[in-house]
Design a protein around this ligand. Structure first.
Ligand code: ZN
Ligand code: ZN
Length: 347
């Protein structure tokens, strides 16, 4: 099969022939139709410090995917050949305290598809049946490819109740943009988002955000006034990892506000801890997706809300044949794009 392969530790991938993976008794083998390109994949391509700390070569990257089941192991019970599926990329141990309590997203021994084991930038990928999410509704291959990051948006946005609340999202990358649609679905009142990219802020406006704030030009506090808010945001969704984003978010929260943090800072960041204490704020870290309540919520919301489906589908701005992976990765790197998808039927 063709695969985007990293033969040795170091920058770059090669599109080469690799042996097809074989499913074990509990595994399913999936013919990959589409894959999303994630920030993690850009790190793996560059082989920067963050890539070196999490991955080893030789490896095949890619963890956001959609495809068709072509083979199942002897102990697979429900998933069938021909099922259209996406996959949860975090493979859990099943025996640690959190796994046994049903909190699998908190497994202490997680291994990641496309990072610590061979991934989906290939014509075939193998994952355990338990990590397979079967699509029953009508899901396009492009939408199926972004269930992983859509799940990040859903997990973060639904970390706290949103009904009637004013929501601030910092960072209008693909996940921040998807969070606008999810927060709207969940009943938020005012939704504001920050970024510095005019293209991304325009995409946020197209998704119906109440305020798209260019933080290189104006401050969130001023925009609060324009929105008619008097006390501050009730819920914050930090999705940028930018060193100043969390600090400015804290400045703009109402007392007792809740903040869910998905953005990964790359170094130390300073925030006003006295304000966290005296304003009685709750800060919660978010990683991955809840297994599998987030997946359930994604399918349920897409099935019941056509406007949400249109909004989430609009986040995919580019689809490249897998053979043109280099152009696709440079598109994914530029800030003016939404989600970039590779089509593995064209490799
Ligand atoms: Zn990802
Ligand atoms: Zn575990």
């Amino acid at each position: 099969m063709k695969a985007l392969f990293k033969p040795n530790p170091g920058p770059g991938f090669e599109l080469v022939d690799r042996p097809e993976p074989t499913p074990g008794p509990d595994d399913v083998k999936i013919r990959v139709l589409t894959t999303g390109i994630c920030g993690t994949d850009l790190h793996l391509l560059e082989w920067d410090k963050s890539a070196q700390s999490m991955a080893q070569a030789p490896m095949i990257a890619g963890h956001e995917f959609y495809g068709e089941v072509v083979e199942v192991g002897s102990d697979v019970r429900k998933v069938k050949v021909g099922d259209r599926v996406s996959g949860e990329g975090h493979i859990v141990c099943g025996v640690c305290r959190n796994c046994r309590a049903g909190r699998r997203q908190m497994c202490i021994h997680t291994s990641s598809v496309g990072v610590q084991r061979d991934g989906a930038f290939a014509e075939f990928v193998v994952i355990p049946e338990t990590n397979t999410w079967v699509h029953h509704g009508d899901i396009s291959p492009e939408l199926g490819a972004i269930f992983d990051p859509f799940g990040n948006a859903v997990h973060t946005a639904l970390a706290f109740p949103l009904l009637g609340e004013d929501v601030l999202i910092t960072g209008a990358g693909p996940i921040g943009l998807m969070a606008i649609a999810v927060a709207r679905h969940a009943g938020a009142r005012k939704i504001a988002i920050t970024d510095v990219s005019p293209t991304r802020l325009r995409m946020a406006e197209d998704l119906g955000v109440d305020a798209a704030i260019d933080v290189s030009q104006s401050r969130i506090a001023e925009v609060q006034k324009e929105l008619g808010m008097v006390e501050g945001f009730d819920v914050g969704l930090e999705m940028s990892g930018h060193p100043t984003a969390l600090g400015e978010m804290i400045e703009n929260m109402n007392h007792g506000g809740n903040i869910a943090i998905l953005g990964l800072p790359t170094g130390d960041i300073s925030i006003d801890w006295a304000k966290v204490v005296t304003h009685m704020l709750t800060l919660k870290g978010i990683y991955g997706r809840e297994m599998y309540e987030t997946w359930y919520a994604m399918s349920a919301m897409l099935g019941s809300n056509p406007a949400l489906r249109t909004a989430i589908s609009s986040i995919v701005t580019d689809v490249f044949p897998a053979a043109e992976w280099e152009q696709a990765f440079s598109a994914a790197k530029s800030a003016g794009r939404g989600k970039v998808v590779l089509d593995w039927s064209k490799v």
